[in-house]
Ligand binder design. Structure first.
Ligand SMILES: Nc1ncnc2c1ncn2[C@@H]1O[C@H](COP(=O)(O)OP(=O)(O)O)[C@@H](O)[C@H]1O
Ligand SMILES: [Mg+2]
Length: 227
């Protein structure tokens, strides 16, 4: 098996706007190894979310290539992209987007149901994931019965239910207080190590970046350092 989960070559992204085009990414080249935790840092507006959306195949670049195993990802049709994304990528956003009328357990199961798996088959892995993030006792609680940090922990394990190769997290602790952020960062690290998952995390948080194996700094559309 290839040791890289993905390789990006010459990724450019521009957005057309009423006032003309905004050029956000100006030639990104990177490789992400299996099991690695990579932090993407840089000031607000630099293009971290844009890059994560392209690496997670939620959006297409203006030009450039993304390879996953031996697939030239953006040569695929939109339908094929959606299938590949469902199989290989999990997402965690700054806001948890849990469904308010569902329990924690049901929320974790949702992406599995969307992928066509049966509820009976999803309950056990969903419970196991919740217990890994300390929420075994909270499985029947709805999002509004959980703290912000607990909600985000549910969102993290929801991203793992389909056993994706790659988890992309966009400022996952951006909405949390100091203590909840710390707990979340430790859990992300433990999940990555124990499940051998690859994480790419956009963050402003220095503590989270310091837990990464590698930190990519974005500036003016390019990666300016990889420490
Ligand atoms: N859909 C879009 N249309 C137009 N401009 C966008 C769009 N998405 C992002 N941008 C612009 O691209 C730049 C980078 O945004 P973003 O990737 O969200 O940065 P970051 O996540 O680092 O804060 C910003 O100037 C933002 O306003
Ligand atoms: Mg962003």
């Amino acid at each position: 098996m290839n040791e890289n989960v993905l390789e990006a070559h010459g990724i450019y992204k521009s957005y057309p706007t009423a006032d003309g085009q905004i050029d956000v990414l100006l030639g990104i080249d990177l490789e992400i190894k299996r099991g690695e935790i990579v932090a993407v840092v840089g000031p607000s507006g630099v293009g971290k979310s844009t890059l994560l959306h392209i690496l997670g195949i939620l959006d297409r670049p203006t030009r450039g290539q993304l390879w996953m195993d031996s697939t030239d990802v953006f040569s695929l049709s939109d339908d094929q992209l959606a299938k590949l994304r469902n199989r290989t990528v999990g997402f965690v956003f700054q806001f948890h987007y849990l469904l308010p009328e569902l329990s924690a357990l049901e929320n974790v199961m949702v992406p599995g149901m969307i992928a066509g798996r049966r509820a009976e088959e999803l309950i056990k892995p969903a419970r196991e994931l919740l217990s890994r993030v300390g929420l075994a006792e909270r499985e029947s609680h709805r999002p509004n019965q959980l703290s912000a940090g607990e909600q985000q922990r549910v969102a993290v394990v929801r991203a793992l239910i389909n056993n994706p190769e790659l988890v992309l997290a966009d400022e996952p602790s951006g909405n949390l207080d100091f203590a909840s952020s710390r707990t979340l960062h430790t859990l992300l690290w433990e999940l990555s190590r124990s499940l051998e998952k690859t994480f790419v995390i956009a963050t402003h948080n220095l503590e989270l970046a310091s837990k990464a194996d590698r930190v990519l700094q974005l500036s003016n559309g390019k990666i300016v350092s990889q420490g």
